[in-house]
Design a protein around this ligand. Sequence first.
Ligand SMILES: C[S@@+](CC[C@H](N)C(=O)[O-])C[C@H]1O[C@@H](n2cnc3c(N)ncnc32)[C@H](O)[C@@H]1O
Length: 437
Amino acid sequence: MSSQSGPRAIAALVIQRLLDKRQTLSSILPGYLKGLVHKKDQALAQELCYGVMRWYFQLDFLLGILVNKHIKAKDTDIKALLLIGLYQFRYLRTPPHAVVSATVEVCNELHKSWAKGLVNAVLRSYQRKSKHLLRNVEADLSARYSHPRWLLDILKNDYPDCWQEIVTANNSYPPMALRVNTGKVARDTYMTMLNQAGITAHRAPPWTPAGIMLDNPVDVNKLPEFMNGYVSVQDLAAQLSPDLLDLKPHLRVLDACAAPGGKLAHILESEPGLNEAVGIESDRFRFGRLQQTLDRLQLKARLIHADVRETATWWDGVEFDRILLDAPCSATGVIRRHPDIKVLRTPADIETVITVQRELLSALWPLLKTGGKLLYVTCSILDSENDQRIREFLNKHSDARSIIIDADWGINTHHGRQTLPGQNNMDGFYYACVQKT
Ligand SMILES: C[S@@+](CC[C@H](N)C(=O)[O-])C[C@H]1O[C@@H](n2cnc3c(N)ncnc32)[C@H](O)[C@@H]1O
């Protein structure tokens, strides 16, 4: 990458790396954006990367028709550039002649001037044939809804009545919600502070008492007193744990999969009188982020870097009153925030997380007191990671009973409750509460 690279070249390199190395946008993009001096260019590069991921299956379908020879593995940057060109035509307001000239020019920045003819021909061909091409898109479900076919099949099976609403929400821009640290400041006071900073927002529904929904996303550094821990960025669907955990003073609480710490911090903010809160995290990098979250919010918990399944390595033998298991999952409930999930995830990944979810539930159950409660959470909308896991668990453990969640949010799933992407402006989360008898 040269220091002269513009936003389109940076976006092409990011997408190339994502496709070639199967790395996530959130892990790659920040480093590349540092190569752009102006905020406006950073915003455009980000928009192009997220937009191409959001519409990847549609844009790649179009490319399949427009390019008649195979793009070599070493030229994924050129494929990425073509996707960027098509994205601008389809979803940005860039004038068509500017799309062609600006995109063709990027070949020089990528040191592949041989590709200028190809990029020019493909984009002009799209302009000429767009009506006909878009009819083809309409006729192909994967292209039309821009989801991989295997995921569409699961969603159609799990949500026969509303899968179209779900995939449409997955392709929309996510809202930005906040959770006020009510130990430091009341929600209404913080609303006033936002107002004074020129940030318009409204109170979230009653089931998220610390929640605020911003009218438009803003840079976190513009949020009043963010660095002093007054507020965190957290979707409203992720703000439901404290109530479901039925927190009270003097309880001992375990957060089994704690990083980056959003839910653990919320537990500590909601009930400052806990006997102890323990947070476990197995990933070293994410463990660091967990510590940073609690430091910024000026909250204290016992944090342990360990694989929570290996209880002999970290557990002191004292049972917990409450266990939060916010399990690793497919993250299919947060696709609108991380559209690259659609490109990176495979059916085999779902099988892998299901095995881990099963192991985590089994390993944690002996750590819970009789009468204690375990809250199982995922940001997945797949039945195989949610109700199916709890059903299997209940069948295996005669001392476990599921507690019905009676709530105004989400839909009843028999053993738990599911929020769906876009419903009440929330992400897709699953919650199930199990008590030890
Ligand atoms: C869904 S995220 C948790 C999000 C967190 N509860 C929050 O609200 O910020 C799941 C976390 O579990 C961690 N994890 C996965 N397997 C684990 C294991 N066996 N032991 C401990 N942590 C694990 C992952 O690294 C990841 O950080």
